[in-house]
Design a protein around this ligand. Structure first.
Ligand SMILES: [Zn+2]
Ligand SMILES: [Zn+2]
Length: 367
């Protein structure tokens, strides 16, 4: 199959033919149709998250089931599927705690660049290639755990389904599962990117009264407002905490969602939240970075600082909720699909992402 391989950090991906193995008992061979290029791919390619090399990146994808292992019962050949980048085993401590995105079995696999139990299906025996988040979707085909696959209706566009596989669910879930935004609330969203747009959109659907988009790039205002932001603040030039207090009768925002992962932005989110309010940390900081918070205020303000991974819920359940809202015309996902490019142009897609081009570039395969 044709795939994009990362051999060295901070270098272009190499487009080449790569051998792919047959799916194991509980694995599925999926023909990738659409895959988004997300910031986590960029962080991996730049070496910030230091995945094992060589590796095939890509974790926001949808496709068609091509072949299933002997013990697979969840999907069958021809099914259209969204791929989850946090498959779970259903049997470990965290799966039993109903925290499936923390699954121990997945954690070991993803950390080691493999599928379950150390299996690799990419590359040759002499020259193995690592898996990324058990998906590796920057390729014509992917072998994935059965639990990565969520069947969807055949009328859902693959580009939309791919977006639901990461950015949409991450932003939507942060608002619905973690911030638990209620009608009439004041919500701040720091970082108007692929995830931030979805947090803004979800807050709007949840009935927030004021949705304040915060970014250092004033050009993001238009798109933020088009997805439901009622206000826009430039954190480089405005006092965000003071403005949010002014919008909430002096209290501060009910919740502030940071989608940037920048330590100063997380501290700003903390300053901007009201006593008893929520600070939701979604964006991923570079390894080793620390956040500084005013310790004396932690007990008496009772602010809740919450980490949010993949929307903080059960991704598969959230996929269904999101697609139901999309099919009802309430969630605008079509407008989030940016340029469609072939795999050969994936390095350009990475550069656009770095330059801050907002709409998601989707690599599409013309099988
Ligand atoms: Zn992603
Ligand atoms: Zn598990």
């Amino acid at each position: 199959m044709k795939a994009a391989v990362l051999y060295n950090y901070d270098e272009d991906l190499v487009i080449e033919e790569v051998p792919i193995g047959e799916p194991g008992d509980r694995e599925v061979l999926v023909r990738i149709i659409a895959t988004g290029v997300c910031h986590s791919d960029l962080s991996a390619a730049k070496g910030k998250s230091r995945p094992p090399l060589p590796i095939i990146l890509g974790h926001e994808a949808a496709g068609i089931v091509e072949r299933t292992g002997s013990a697979v019962s969840k999907v069958r050949k021809g099914d259209h599927v969204i791929l989850s980048w946090a498959p779970n085993c259903g049997e470990c401590f965290y799966c039993h705690k109903r925290l499936p995105t923390m699954c121990d079995t997945y954690g070991a696999a993803a950390g080691g660049g493999t599928l379950w139990n150390g299996a690799r299906r990419l590359g040759s025996a002499a020259k193995p290639i690592n898996h990324f988040t058990c998906l590796s979707s920057f390729a014509e085909l992917a072998v994935v755990p059965e639990s990565s696959c969520s069947k969807i209706e055949k009328d859902i566009p693959f580009e939309v389904a791919a977006l639901v596989g990461c950015a949409v669910t991450t932003g939507f879930g942060a608002v619905v599962n973690d911030a638990r935004v209620e009608p009439g609330e004041v919500v701040g969203v720091i970082g108007v990117g692929g995830v931030g747009i979805n947090a803004i959109h979800a807050a709007s659907i949840a009935g927030a009264e004021a949705i304040v988009a915060i970014d250092i790039n004033p050009e993001k205002e238009g798109v933020a407002r088009s997805f439901g932001a009622t206000h826009f603040l430039n954190s480089a030039t405005q006092d965000v905490a003071a403005e949010l207090k002014a919008l909430s009768r002096g209290r501060g925002a009910d919740s502030v969602i940071d989608c940037t992962g920048r330590p100063d932005a997380i501290a700003l989110a903390y300053d901007s939240a009201r006593p008893g309010g929520s600070v939701i940390s979604v964006g991923i900081a570079a390894k080793g970075e620390m956040v500084c918070l005013p310790a004396s205020t932690l007990p008496n303000t009772q602010k809740r600082v919450i980490g949010s991974n993949y929307g903080g819920g059960v991704p598969e359940r959230d996929f269904e909720r999101i697609l139901a809202l999309y099919c009802a015309g309430r969630l605008d996902l079509d407008r989030q699909v940016g340029k469609r490019v072939p795999l050969d142009e994936i390095n350009d897609a990475f550069r656009w992402l770095e330059q801050g081009v907002l709409a998601r570039t989707i690599v599409c395969f013309d099988h």
